[in-house]
Design a protein around this ligand. Structure first.
Ligand code: NAD
Length: 287
């Protein structure tokens, strides 16, 4: 555990925020989980408790350790309460204006040495950092979903990120039981720049009639040993998120090879977003 970090502030108690809170509390950190939506906080507490129960059922955790982890987490709907945090991770919705406002406020609320990390999957860390007076303290900490089970943290260095900020972040990721891998700030970082064009290409294969969704997924699973086919993965991520990420790559890198597949755009227009809407490349029961 990095010596000076005892309390982690997390902004946003959604899918990623509650997963990060779970991992941090489980690793012995005190957590202040902050969200503007009271319902989101209630849902997060239920989700964390349920996910910890799963670990107890699998003998990965004792009931007493679960209870201890839960007492490590306090919640708030005021950003100001994060003034006592020794490290802050922002995990609100993927919207530039929301993130800029939060970083701007955290800049005045947090002590000067506190690292401000963003869990963004596509927004430029350099741009977020420029909204603060301490761009050297800003870094990307891109956790994978579901956080408690996925090992990777893609650590993203912005143009101004300092070596100190970087080493503190890597050390913290390790204390959370994760493996940090550092990359530089470019659209899509590495994870989405490599993954999303593969998904997009699989969608072109459907559109051009090269193969059915089932056969494309089978080829990638059986032939490349991928645990999940690219089209099932697209349905899991959400086709709207896939389209948004392809647009970030296309606009940010300006190369036609990142052109979103027209079929992807059409399915999003039709509201076929994958698992969350019940229909994507495959059909899902919503019960
Ligand atoms: P989500 O919609 O599940 O949760 C976002 C939460 O932020 C909501 O509870 C919302 O109430 C809260 N929020 C919005 N504005 C706020 C504000 N001003 N102050 C405090 N809370 C606020 O979103 P998510 O899927 O958890 O994604 C969060 C971030 O993580 C995004 O940047 C996303 O790109 C990134 N990410 C998501 C995934 C994924 O698979 N879901 C994976 C990696 C990274």
């Amino acid at each position: 555990m990095p010596e000076k970090i005892k309390t982690i502030g997390i902004v946003g108690a959604g899918t990623m925020g509650n997963g990060i809170a779970h991992s941090a509390a489980r690793s012995g950190f005190r957590v202040i989980l902050c969200d503007i939506e009271p319902k989101a906080i209630e849902r997060a507490k239920e989700t964390i408790s349920r996910n910890l129960d799963r670990e107890v059922a699998r003998d990965k955790l004792s009931a007493a350790e679960k209870a201890r982890a839960l007492t490590q987490i306090s919640t708030s709907n005021r950003l100001r309460d994060l003034e006592v945090a020794d490290f802050v991770i922002e995990a609100v919705i993927e919207n530039l204006d929301s993130k800029l406002k939060i970083l701007n406020s955290l800049d005045t609320i947090s002590r000067p040495e506190v690292v401000l990390a963003s869990n963004t999957s596509s927004i430029s860390i350099t741009k977020l950092a420029a909204a603060t007076k301490k761009p050297a303290n800003v870094i990307g900490m891109h956790f994978m979903n579901p956080v408690p089970v996925m090992n990777l943290v893609e650590v993203v260095r912005g143009l101004a990120t300092s070596d100190q900020t970087h080493s503190t972040t890597e050390e913290l990721a390790k204390s959370l039981g994760k493996t940090p891998v550092t990359v530089n700030d470019f659209p899509g970082f590495v994870s989405n720049r490599v993954l999303m064009p593969m998904i997009n290409e699989a969608i072109f294969c459907v559109m051009e009639g090269v193969g059915s969704a089932e056969s494309i997924d089978s080829i990638m699973k059986l032939g490349m040993n991928h645990p999940m086919g690219p089209l099932s993965l697209a349905d899991l991520i959400g086709l709207d998120v896939c389209l948004y990420t392809m647009e970030v790559l296309h606009n940010g890198l300006g190369d036609s090879k990142y052109r979103p597949c027209p079929l992807l755009r059409k399915m999003v227009d039709a509201g076929q977003l994958g698992r969350k809407s019940g229909q994507g490349f495959f059909k899902y029961s919503r019960n």
